[in-house]
Write a protein of this length. Sequence first.
Length: 200
Amino acid sequence: MTRARAALSSLCFLIGLLIALSTLSFPVYAGSSDLTVDSIWLERASAPGVPVTGTDLALNESFNIVASIKNLGQEAANGYYLDVYYDNDYGRGGPDNITAGEVQEWYVGPLTATAGTHVTQWVVDPDNQIAELNEQNNEKEYALTVGSSPQQPTTTVTATVTQAVTSFSYRVTTNPALHAVTETRSKAMTARSNAQAAVD
């Protein structure tokens, strides 16, 4: 009888232990990299490293759109892509790698300033191929307006952009505020219309 009680007691203990363990939660971690589009700005093609606004640009002036991509996480992100939209144009850069804490500056250009308001959107890891701590900070939009100076008569111009985005490069920097370029690389870029991108 003592053996039966000991066996029953052990069985009750095991059942209680299993019940207790089933109520515990164990954290499941996504990858500990975290890619983000930190900021977007414009630079004249003739003066890289000097930010300007759309109103600073003269009509038909060449300019670049620049964005800083940061890895806020604790691990490298390998093989990431970057999608860029400018009005009706689309381009993809990558694949590339970014170490933990690294900042990379990517730019599209040179583009030609045309009158009107234009929108660029940058999306890092657009296909969610990189496991990240935060998937909600992967895109940013920037609107720029190119027009006449205040001293000139104001006219309303509707412009259609037909220039395809074909040049896509990035600069690696440790201090984006100073635009200290330590490395410049070029990436091939695929230019497609939004309709084609939606089909792919």
